[in-house]
Design a protein around this ligand. Structure first.
Ligand SMILES: NC(=O)c1ccc[n+]([C@@H]2O[C@H](COP(=O)([O-])OP(=O)(O)OC[C@H]3O[C@@H](n4cnc5c(N)ncnc54)[C@H](OP(=O)(O)O)[C@@H]3O)[C@@H](O)[C@H]2O)c1
Length: 283
């Protein structure tokens, strides 16, 4: 297949490019090739490349940035996605849209299924849900909701934690928000399998198991043989953040199971692989 990937220099974009390149012809699209806020530019690039599938992780994933500048968040995450969707429609291609657990309100207390109502209460969550609505107007689409991403190629929560602890500084992380986490390379492999099987639909996609950010940082420090006492767990109320964080965001992966795919391995195994890779390659 010919696969175009937006946001190719981003954290998930890099993982998607690495994995899809193993079996397909990949066109990595960075902002300089296609600024998604420019409809004409996006349409021209997609028309010229003629991909079978467009994978679209480009956007602004930072909750606080979106809360601080809703106009930019909507321009990029909603209008940008609209431009990608229209270009994909015109090219008669299929679309993979990358979404988030932030479409939920965090009040459920048991794992969120794909069938649960999405009620976002952050600017970021609202923009991503609008993006889902746009993607679902295409006859051939997949929506994958991922959670706290870590992976090679770009700094992320785990890399930042390890950097601080290695520098002998404390790393403060929330200890009262239970959620999921997603290793970009595992998620990209699953997306590729689902796309190749042409099982269109909405899927939750994270590594198996529930955890807090505190546990994620502490486990990473342990795998990197650093001092885990440098990781300090705090209630989220004590951490000044512009956007409210979800108290509960664990995702159930019923969609994948029903479609006959194994959910990705436990998060600890994925994290160990990533930390080892960081030590060997440095990124
Ligand atoms: N990170 C997480 O923990 C997380 C959790 C759940 C869901 N997600 C979703 O996963 C997706 C990828 O996240 P990520 O962590 O990989 O984000 P990222 O590292 O910030 O990458 C996003 C990419 O989008 C590009 N982009 C931004 N505005 C653009 C524009 N106007 N035109 C073209 N490209 C543009 C950025 O390009 P520049 O480098 O030029 O800015 C960047 O390469 C997002 O859709 C996000 O909502 C992420």
């Amino acid at each position: 297949m010919k696969v175009a990937i937006t946001g190719a220099s981003g954290l998930f974009g890099r993982g998607l490019v690495e994995i899809f390149s193993l079996r397909h012809t990949v066109f990595p699209l960075t902002r300089s090739e296609a600024d998604i806020t420019r409809a004409e530019e996006v349409r021209n690039v997609i028309r010229r490349l003629g991909p079978d599938v467009v994978v679209h992780p480009a956007g602004i994933p930072d909750l606080d940035r979106c809360e601080a500048d809703p106009a930019r968040a909507f321009l990029t995450n909603v209008h940008g996605t609209r431009h990608v969707v229209e270009a994909v429609r015109e090219a008669r291609a299929a679309l993979v849209y990358v979404s988030t657990d932030a479409v939920f309100d965090g009040k459920k207390g048991t794992p969120y299924a794909e069938t649960d109502p999405a009620i976002p209460f952050t600017v970021y969550g609202r923009t991503k849900l609008r993006g889902e609505g746009l993607a679902s107007t295409l006859p051939e689409h997949w929506i994958f909701r991922v959670s706290v991403l870590f992976g090679p190629g770009k700094t992320n929560f785990v890399a930042r934690a390890l950097e601080k602890i290695a520098a002998d500084e404390q790393f403060v992380a929330a200890s009262d928000q239970l959620g999921s986490t997603t290793y970009t390379l595992d998620a990209a492999r699953t997306i590729m399998d689902v796309v190749e099987a042409r099982r269109f639909g909405l899927y939750h996609l994270s590594n198996s198991g529930a955890l807090t950010r505190y546990e994620l940082a502490a486990k990473a420090a342990e795998f990197a043989q650093l001092d885990t006492r440098k990781v300090i767990g705090k209630p989220s109320a004590e951490m000044s953040r512009r956007a409210v964080r979800l108290k509960y965001a664990v995702m159930a992966m019923d969609g994948l199971s029903h479609a006959g795919f194994d959910p990705p391995r436990p998060w600890q195994e994925a994290l160990k692989e990533y930390v080892t890779r960081l030590e060997v390659r440095g990124s």
